[in-house]
Design a binder for this molecule. Sequence first.
Ligand SMILES: O=P(O)(O)OC[C@H]1O[C@H](OP(=O)(O)OP(=O)(O)O)[C@H](O)[C@@H]1O
Ligand SMILES: O=C(O)c1cc(=O)[nH]c(=O)[nH]1
Ligand SMILES: [Mg+2]
Length: 192
Amino acid sequence: MNTAEVLDIFRSAGAVLEGHFILTSGLRSPVFLQKARVFMHADKTERLCKALAGKIRAEVEGPIDYVVGPAVGGLIPAYETSRHLGVPAIWVEREQGVFRLRRFEIEKGARVVIVEDIVTTGLSIRETIDCLRDLGAEVLAAACIIDRSAGKTEVGVPLIALAQYEVPAYPADKLPPELAALPAVKPGSRAL
Ligand SMILES: O=P(O)(O)OC[C@H]1O[C@H](OP(=O)(O)OP(=O)(O)O)[C@H](O)[C@@H]1O
Ligand SMILES: O=C(O)c1cc(=O)[nH]c(=O)[nH]1
Ligand SMILES: [Mg+2]
């Protein structure tokens, strides 16, 4: 599946929003990919995650013990991708703002792949890697449906993206006037 096909699925679900958005990194953007509007459809989610599982299988050598999704956005794609990989899915969730593996125990040396929905700066993936490494896991790779940095983001492990789609994002004090004129909304769950 190529980037155009992934974006067609997002557009068909009404998931490509325009306005003034505050991203989880604090950056501001005129475009927000509201993945929840895709993930509400099992058939669209299955097509995306089956393709992502194929890319993971092609790029990650050896066995995978767990797929790990960063909540909230990573929950559904991690679960669906794990179904196609035939391995269990677990998740990290924020406790006082910090990702923790609150509901599961994993063995030291467990071989894990992170599956995210969207990557912008890679901050959420790096936070997930920190949590997993503190528990002794080996993070083999991270994967996402759409990389908004179009390959520029580094997370310290291979980043496998189903689609790369460059979208502008600005620091809050460097907004173009047309963006500054719109009221800002923050759709994600960080610090809510
Ligand atoms: O690469 P980054 O700069 O970290 O941005 C991408 C992250 O932002 C969103 O999560 P968010 O914290 O907004 O909450 P959500 O998972 O509830 O949507 C998205 O789900 C990714 O986790
Ligand atoms: O960077 C983000 O927070 C972000 C961007 C985006 O398009 N979609 C999303 O869910 N989060
Ligand atoms: Mg998220």
